[in-house]
Design a protein around this ligand. Sequence first.
Ligand SMILES: Cc1cc2nc3c(=O)[nH]c(=O)nc-3n(C[C@H](O)[C@H](O)[C@H](O)COP(=O)(O)OP(=O)(O)OC[C@H]3O[C@@H](n4cnc5c(N)ncnc54)[C@H](O)[C@@H]3O)c2cc1C
Length: 301
Amino acid sequence: MKNRLIEILSKDRVLENESMKEHTTFKIGGKVKWMVLPKSKEEIIDVIKLCREENYKYEIIGNGSNLLVSDNDMDILVIKIDKNMSSFEIKDDILEVSAGIVFSTMAKKLSNLGYKNFEYATGIPGSLGGAIYMNAGAYGGEIKENLISVTYISENGDLLEKEIEHTNMGYRSSMFQNEKCIILSAKMLLEKGEKEEILAKVKDLTSKRIAKQPIDKPSAGSTFKWPDGVEHTAAWFIEQYGFKGYKIGGAQVSEKHSGFVINTGNATAEDVINLTNHIKEKIIEKYGVELHLEVKKIGEF
Ligand SMILES: Cc1cc2nc3c(=O)[nH]c(=O)nc-3n(C[C@H](O)[C@H](O)[C@H](O)COP(=O)(O)OP(=O)(O)OC[C@H]3O[C@@H](n4cnc5c(N)ncnc54)[C@H](O)[C@@H]3O)c2cc1C
């Protein structure tokens, strides 16, 4: 496997026995046997072909900011789409951008260039690919509103471009979650605005995040989705129940924002699962409301 991976990529972009703690904002996770850092679609296609031939399991990650990875070491290959695939080009108010760019970096860049409607994204730490996969959003905006089309490698290895209206994007969901696709790039529609107004909005939303969210602590952002059919967020139910600051092992409901589970330093994935399962159980018991994880899992739990 090693030699063939090095042939496809190059030695410096094939990592062996890599700790997932270094690749997740939760700072949690065991080692994976292989991690590759591709810089082209051709490399990705060749890696997938190799995995198929060898019957080897693979996973895709971006910036690891919405991930809970199990504590066990895993005999799998991780394809990490990162800065090696982060081209950014604007032509006639259409942005063509690769999946590895950090979404907040892209949004800040566009805001600084005087393009509006990306202010909401200037604090979202995932990659663009992860943001499309999740239909990431905040403060009333979500990525589906910015998109024209997405280019991806389908489950069968075909290279496809899909218009946004055919990607089934909804609240923190997209068709990409139902098929094992790899998002490569996107086209986005840009609109010029008043630069001063845009930058004032960015500043305002940044201050709100700093004031309300534990962004200085390892976490994966909002742990649970907004529950179906109710007017309150998951954080509201968690706080009402009295879970603010509640801890199991090294995993804690943030004192600052009850929607975030944080790693206080030595949390394991098991701690996080025990804590979230306990919360789910108590919230359904008391309020009849079912909570679902927003965070995606890799590995056995
Ligand atoms: C402090 C903090 C604040 C946050 N605030 C917000 C917020 O305001 N709004 C919000 O929506 N989210 C927020 N998040 C969560 C997170 O940033 C988003 O969900 C983000 O879109 C995840 O992107 P990622 O690259 O980190 O994905 P990862 O965590 O690496 O992966 C998440 C899922 O996406 C898949 N995936 C990633 N890249 C690709 C690709 N190229 N092709 C196919 N599948 C892919 C993975 O397989 C996985 O299932 C926050 C997180 C943190 C830590």
